[in-house]
Design a protein around this ligand. Sequence first.
Ligand SMILES: [Zn+2]
Length: 237
Amino acid sequence: MKSLSLWISLAIIFFSAIAFSLPLPIGALNDYGNVLDRHGRERVNALISDAKARYGIDVSILASWDNPYDSIDQCAYAILDGWGLGQGNTILAVFLKEGRDWKVRVLGGEQIARTHPGLAAQLEAGVSDLVVHRRVEEAMVALFAVLDTKIHASTAEEAKTKAGTNRALVVILIIVGVGLAAFAISRRICPRCGHILHRRIRPSFRSYGGEDVVYYCRHCGYARTVTRKRRPRGRGG
Ligand SMILES: [Zn+2]
């Protein structure tokens, strides 16, 4: 059943590709432009599986000499749809030779546009200089270096904001803590001479069933009385 649906989707890709004379996908790396030798293919394929393993991103690459469409944009979008890369966590890099010059368009699937907005455009900007100088193989390799940088930058930024929030929280807690401590200390220090106040508890003269807590200074005789409800005392055996 699974293999049947696989065959059907392959057939759909095949026929839609034929219908619009799009190049057929032969894998993640489709070097119809003869840009890479065997060593280069191995290298780029290794980078592709690396990106998949590290970031879960499916990178597809096409290099071609002919464009059935009017512009590289149309071609790249047609391939994104035709190869079924439009929805996923996917990056598609299309390198097209027009006359003697090369052009590049990098597009992302819907999922990657959500998780890493702007990534495809950044990748394209990162390799376009090499493509302009017809260094297409280097551009393919550079694509993955830019991918590393951009993803690390975005995760570093996330960590930074998180660290910033944590630091602000710690500062607030310290301020609150110091404030509370200062308040507690000020209640237990003689406002006249600064010595520590002693505490005595006695039944209240003012409120029935209450008790007075008397804070007094042995040094200068200052006293402050706080009346409170008597604390229930444990009735021992
Ligand atoms: Zn005092």
